[in-house]
Design a protein around this ligand. Structure first.
Ligand SMILES: *[C@@H]1O[C@H](CO)[C@@H](O)[C@H](O)[C@H]1NC(C)=O
Length: 443
């Protein structure tokens, strides 16, 4: 009420003041001279107004012109195969990548009696972006004093757990020489049980004590984690390419694939997968067991073109000859690829299969002799067809890829297809297009 009255008084006062001024103006100042000044002034004003209008029009035309020039420029760039982003930050679409910030993935290091586990742990600690996001659990079997000391020297950088059951495993005489494999299987079961049942994590990355990891090891697993949990046709992500020798790979470090062959050697699985495997975990040879159709159930893993792990240990249960002939030639990736900033949904089965099959079967088929003649000079991408395990093996030997099958699946195979490089030529070693599935009797 009070403010209303004050406002009224103020308005009346202002009006009175204005009237008084007008009256004064006409009484004292009105003369021919001032009239002349006024008309000149209003002329100038209208001129200025016209100029402003003209300027605005010119600006509009200029803007249109710039837009036209921009379109022409973009078209030219495109025809030259150069992409150029004109979008401002506000305009840019949000990247179609998953959010990774809340994800915690423990790294389980399987150790026994090799103090050289230090090499593995050092690299894990060096490359992990966060202690909270990637807690390291070193599970030790074998009660080896010196190795235990090495692990404990890392203090709160990791959690050291020790497998309590050191009893001998009873085996029939023919199997006694495999005691080591049975101990490993027992250790895995116990350690994974700790990770999922005791510490209650949702997923795990498993490495053995003789592995080096690549600079983008954590980045790779963090980015692929969201694909692993989204796609029920995947059961693992692996850091390993079984055909990852220098001569067999391209230099494209961001290239990833699906594979039906379980590679192991630095791999990730979810808690769901563990609850499936735990009740039937085998007494020995767990990795070959996981490759059997009863465990794999038609599912696949993700693997890189260039391995993100590298094994340095040749003193182990299994790796003597295999290390000397193959493992030590596998190339470890050295470029940091920002996988978490990339959209990896192309790896999901429904996106991947049609494109991959089209790519492979649209590639002209040649014979292995046509490829090796003159070292494949002039060729860029080729397909070579195999018909059975025998033809596969003979071609694989010539081209230098792994020749073995596990549960009927060749190493790195996907839908029966193996892809690798031969003298910088992309090769798809593929069965006939009518292929319907693996034959588990192939060895
Ligand atoms: C191919 O697989 C068959 C079983 O289907 C097996 O008997 C044969 O030994 C295998 N050949 C080779 C070279 O491994």
């Amino acid at each position: 009420m009070i403010t209303m009255r004050w406002r009224k008084i103020y308005i009346i006062g202002a009006a009175l003041f204005l009237c008084w001024n007008i009256v004064m103006y006409y009484v004292f100042i009105n003369s021919k001279q001032t009239k002349g000044t006024l008309t000149r002034l209003s002329k100038k004003l209208s001129n200025l107004q016209d100029q402003i209008h003209q300027q605005i029009q010119e600006n509009d035309e200029l803007l249109e012109d710039i837009k036209r020039q921009k379109d022409i420029f973009i078209k030219k760039q495109k025809s030259l195969g150069i992409s150029f982003d004109f979008k401002s930050k506000e305009e840019a679409e949000p990247p179609a990548v998953a959010h990774h910030s809340g994800v915690v993935i423990p790294v389980l290091v399987i150790a026994c009696n090799r103090p050289t586990v230090r090499k593995c742990i050092d690299l894990l600690i060096k490359y992990r972006p966060s202690k909270e996001q990637f807690p390291i659990i070193v599970s030790q079997d074998c009660d080896h004093e010196e190795t235990a000391k090495v692990i404990q020297s890392y203090g709160d950088q990791l959690t050291h757990i020790q497998q309590p059951d050191q009893s001998n495993i009873y085996l029939p005489p023919k199997e006694v020489k495999y005691q080591g494999y049975y101990r490993i299987s027992r250790h895995y079961k116990w350690a994974l049980g700790q990770v999922f049942n005791q510490f209650r994590y949702n997923s795990v990355i498993i490495v053995e004590d003789d592995l080096d990891v690549a600079v983008d090891f954590f980045e790779y697993f963090l980015a692929s984690y969201s694909i692993l949990i989204r796609d029920p046709t995947l059961y693992c992500v692996s850091a390993w390419n079984d055909n990852g020798k220098e001569k067999l790979i391209s230099q494209q470090s961001d290239l990833l694939y699906r594979t039906d062959f379980f590679p192991g050697l630095g791999w990730m699985m979810t808690q769901n997968m563990w609850s499936e495997l735990e009740p039937k975990w085998p007494n020995g040879f767990w990795d070959d067991w996981i490759r059997e159709p009863e465990q794999r159930k038609g599912r696949s893993c993700i693997r890189p073109e260039i391995s993100r792990t590298d094994t340095f240990g040749k003193v182990g249960v299994s790796k003597g000859l295999f290390f000397e002939q193959h493992l030590k030639f596998i190339r470890l990736n050295t470029d940091f690829v920002e996988f978490t900033k990339m959209d990896l949904s192309y790896l999901i089965k429904e996106n991947y299969d049609p494109k991959f099959l089209k790519l492979v079967y649209e590639t002209p088929s040649i014979t292995v002799n046509q490829l090796t003649r003159e070292n494949g000079r002039g060729l860029h991408t080729v397909r070579i067809q195999y018909s059975d395990n025998n033809s596969f093996k003979s071609i694989a030997k010539v081209l230098g890829i792994m020749v073995d099958f596990k549960a009927g699946v060749p190493r790195t195979g996907y839908l029966g297809i193996i892809t690798f490089m031969y003298n910088n030529i992309r090769v798809y070693l593929a069965p006939a297009q009518s292929w319907t599935g693996y034959d588990p009797t192939w060895s």
